[in-house]
Design a binder for this molecule. Sequence first.
Ligand SMILES: C[S@@+](CC[C@H](N)C(=O)[O-])C[C@H]1O[C@@H](n2cnc3c(N)ncnc32)[C@H](O)[C@@H]1O
Length: 197
Amino acid sequence: MRLADARRDYYRRLAKQKGYRSRAAFKLTEASKKYGLIKKDDRVIDFGAAPGGWVQVASELVGPRGLVVAVDLLPIELGLDNVRSIRSDVQEAAMAPRLREFLQGEADVILSDIAPQVSGAWDLDHYRQVELTMVVIRLMTQLLKRGGNAMIKVFQGERFSEVCRILKEMFEFFAVTKPKASRMKSSELYLVCLRRR
Ligand SMILES: C[S@@+](CC[C@H](N)C(=O)[O-])C[C@H]1O[C@@H](n2cnc3c(N)ncnc32)[C@H](O)[C@@H]1O
């Protein structure tokens, strides 16, 4: 077995053992530990949240007085008291007011692991993923509080630096990361953004 396959299997088994919906959960755990992304009592929005690994991790980190609002085209049912889910396209026009109503105000943290169904054609997948990411960034400008944090997935490609430039301007701290649970072969990178200006 190749090393990459062994690592993927390791995280898949670990997710099962710990009761996480996906091995993606470990990407958020790793970044949150390293950067202190999510705190107790925070209000978090998670875009592209199904099947819910990140939601489970965020729910643990914010605790019973925090809130996680999960948005996805697919349903997410986790039975957690501090989680609300919205089954919708992020591009839907009423997304920002709907989210504001759920949060009763602004968010402390925005997460996005959003990705279209991949076709295998890198350029096309990159463009479609960046389009969705730009929608998330627009929503972030309307919903994230000053001083708030974010972690955003982006597929590498031509428009990667454009996304980085926008986020660098928006936040005091910015870092590009590749969590251990992310497949080496995949083009995804995660942008950790702290303290919105
Ligand atoms: C890699 S998965 C997210 C995994 C998740 N972070 C976890 O921990 O389980 C990407 C998600 O983005 C969602 N997605 C893709 N396009 C979307 C859109 N236009 N609106 C909302 N969600 C979308 C997909 O349905 C998919 O569930």
